[in-house]
Design a protein around this ligand. Structure first.
Ligand code: COA
Length: 201
């Protein structure tokens, strides 16, 4: 994922009163445990909500982008283009009760194939299950769109991301030699195949 540069997103993640910008309804996910919240208002302190990522999030994304993605960082324009293509893209943002951006993820969908383009959690919010919730949202959205196979590329030296994807059912299917940093770092290609006609989860 990455080298080049919304649908409804309504899950709630984490462990407050999180009325999110946009339409926050759906389920709460705390450390991987789903929990219904009815009217969409998360009740436990520290809850994070998943909402549709929009152009309004780009400014906050840009505060973190270079630090999180280094040489693979995207420009604000790249994000604008991604978010504008609602037919072939699905983007979701994780926000706290105040609407502060904590993470985001997106994928490209073409026919019955899709590719995860980005997943990230801001440093201060890591190891709280946010990226896992974002990936699970993408899996769910892929299922709704009848995706048969979901690909991603990840730096071979990104142990955290590799562990996340492996634990969400992605398997290595190949390598792209020198894909990152002007040939210095390989990409691992991973994919998750869904049963025919079945939803992802
Ligand atoms: C990789 C990244 C997205 C993980 O975000 P996160 O919200 O902290 O991840 P989660 O809390 O949801 O963790 C999910 C799983 O990922 C793995 N993981 C996350 N951080 C890890 C770390 N530092 N070391 C090892 N495994 C890690 C674990 O398997 C974890 O499950 P566990 O908590 O049950 O052990 C985050 O570190 C990040 O944004 N990194 C910079 C950008 C990036 O590399 N994005 C991915 C490639 S595009």
């Amino acid at each position: 994922m990455r080298p080049e540069a919304a649908t409804s997103a309504t899950a709630v993640v984490g462990g407050g009163a999180a009325r999110t910008p946009g339409e926050a309804t759906g389920q709460a996910v705390g450390n991987g445990v789903a929990q219904a919240v009815g009217d969409g208002v998360a009740r436990a302190v520290g809850v994070v909500a998943l909402v549709p990522m929009t152009a309004a999030h780009i400014e906050a994304v840009m505060w973190h982008e270079a630090g999180m993605f280094g040489p693979e960082a995207w420009s604000a324009n790249a994000y604008r283009e991604e978010l504008a293509d609602r037919r072939h893209r699905a983007y979701v943002a994780a926000v706290d009760a105040a609407g502060t951006l904590l993470g985001w993820a997106g994928m490209r969908v073409v026919g019955d194939e899709a590719e995860i383009c980005t997943v990230g959690t801001i440093p201060a919010a890591r190891r709280r299950g946010i990226a896992r919730a974002l990936v699970r949202w993408l899996l769910d959205e892929a299922g709704k769109r009848r995706v048969r196979v979901l690909f991603l590329e990840v730096r071979v030296d990104n142990d955290a991301a590799r562990a996340l994807y492996a634990s969400e059912g992605f398997a290595e299917v190949g390598r792209r030699r020198g894909y990152y940093e002007n040939g210095r770092v390989d990409a691992m290609v991973m994919c998750r195949v869904f049963g025919k006609g079945r939803r992802a989860r």
